[in-house]
Ligand binder design. Structure first.
Ligand code: UGA
Length: 431
């Protein structure tokens, strides 16, 4: 099939690359000239394991190309995928201005029948609006479909090539047939539904996963007070197939470009139809506060943080990505600075991005984990990078001024800690 993907962010780029990997001809369009040039040279602007190799192989095979020329791309394709961003407006609502712009461009350049497939996460009813924006500018026939994306950063290629399910929301049988054929190589689990339900499935899925995280984080807070171990609790719960073991890892709360934005947007979507989504509001509140447990534990160990040297390991919102959007580390470090602490931070790949969010003369950006910990009064682990799990803890304690370890992601086990001098704080486990 001939496919145009508009928007080369996470979703667009990974989808485009993976559809070309399946043997389709894919043109990825972006209005950012610099980014398109970079992609044309075979460079990937995001850190995503495995993506670069598949991208270059498909470019070489002549199935994948990049351009800023949206008109030409549209004329050469029978499926147009919209994958531009929907960032949050100050009130939490999704900003649809990029979507509208693209819809109007599609409308202007339509020259024969096409399927317009939306992969961006958009509020319920948006695909109907896209349909209107396009129809107002063309008489050529087309079908709308909402096919939400469920990939995770860091495992995006794997998630796209081996999805748990594909959701196709459309009112056109012709579109169902084509889109089933397109997705069939990926999975047999294809759910066909109406457009609004497909739009809702995406928000409901992310909101549910966020709820699981906030739930287990609250359980961890209670565990700390009653002397239970949240990791055993989660394990015991997870064997119940109705609950499931995933997304029950207690920590410092969820971050990233999706859960914070999509939970806020769903609260807004509900509010717009006069529904008070109380449960989801609490999920967001719990998440906002969870990260500050790190500060509370530091204060418990050190008293005042004024002038204390605090080492931070991990800035990205999760491992295997350099993405720091809504990373809990941002507010934790800001709060530490407000309290007069001196920071020595290390992340394997996210430092450059992080410095654009927070920078201060009171922060030293280190290039090695051990260097960041050297002479520190306490160390906080904020992202569960594999290299942190592999350090020699006795060595680490010896490098520090005071062996205080706040493990925000429960990466160390009791057996590893017990023979060290560390005063150790984990999340929801007996210390
Ligand atoms: C999330 C969803 O998992 C994807 O299905 C969805 O497609 C994507 O959002 C999106 O809407 O685009 P992502 O944000 O890349 O994917 O990352 P996740 O692996 O879901 O992690 C999100 C956050 O939750 C991270 O900060 C992570 O540390 C935290 N988390 C996750 C926990 O604290 N505990 C867990 O058990 C799992």
């Amino acid at each position: 099939m001939n496919i145009t993907v508009i928007g080369t962010g996470y979703v667009g780029l990974v989808s485009g690359v993976c559809f070309s990997e399946l043997g389709n001809n894919v043109i990825c369009v972006d209005n950012n000239v610099e980014k398109v040039n970079m992609l044309m040279d075979g460079h990937v602007p995001i850190y995503e394991p495995g993506l670069k190799d598949i991208m270059n192989a498909n470019m070489k095979a002549g199935r994948l190309s990049f351009t800023t020329n949206i008109q030409d791309a549209i004329s050469r394709s029978n499926i147009i995928i919209i994958a531009v961003g929907t960032p949050s407006l100050p009130n939490g609502e999704a900003n649809l201005s990029f979507i509208e712009l693209v819809a109007r461009e599609i409308g202007s350049y339509m020259d024969n029948y096409k399927i317009i497939m939306t992969k961006s996460t958009v509020p319920v009813g948006t695909n109907d609006r896209i349909q209107e924006w396009i129809s107002s500018l063309t008489n050529h026939p087309f079908d709308m479909a909402s096919v939400p994306e469920f990939l995770r950063e860091g495992t995006a290629v794997q998630d796209t090539l081996y999805p748990d399910r594909i959701v196709i929301g459309t009112h056109s049988e012709r579109a169902v047939a084509t889109l089933k054929e397109l997705h069939q190589p990926l999975t047999d689990q294809i759910i066909v539904t109406d457009i609004r339900s497909a739009e809702m499935i995406k928000y409901a899925s992310n909101a549910f996963l966020a709820t699981k995280i906030s739930f287990i984080n609250e359980i961890s807070n209670i565990c700390e007070k009653v002397g239970a171990d949240v990791s055993r609790v989660a394990e015991g719960m997870g064997y119940d197939r109705r609950i499931g073991a995933s997304f029950l890892k207690a920590g410092i709360g969820y971050g990233g470009s999706c859960f914070p934005k999509d939970t806020q947007a769903l609260i807004q979507i509900a509010g717009n139809v006069d529904y008070d989504f109380k449960l989801l509001k609490s999920v967001v509140e719990v998440n906002k506060d969870q990260r500050f447990n790190v500060i509370r534990k530091l204060e418990d160990a050190l008293g005042s943080l004024e002038g204390k040297e605090i080492a931070i390991w991990g800035l990205a919102f999760k491992p295997d990505t350099d993405d720091v959007r809504d990373a809990p580390a941002i507010e934790i470090i800001q709060r530490l600075l407000e309290q007069g602490a001196v920071i020595r931070a290390y992340d394997p790949i996210a430092t450059e991005n992080f410095r654009k969010e927070v920078d201060s003369p009171s922060i030293t950006w280190e290039e090695r984990a051990m260097k960041a910990a050297e002479g520190a009064d306490a160390l906080c682990v904020l992202t569960e990078w594999k290299e942190f799990m592999e350090v020699n803890l006795t060595d680490l304690a010896a490098h520090m001024n005071q062996p205080i370890l706040i493990d925000g992601r429960n990466i160390y086990g009791e057996d590893q800690i017990k023979d060290t001098s560390f005063q150790y704080y984990s999340v929801g486990r007996p210390g």
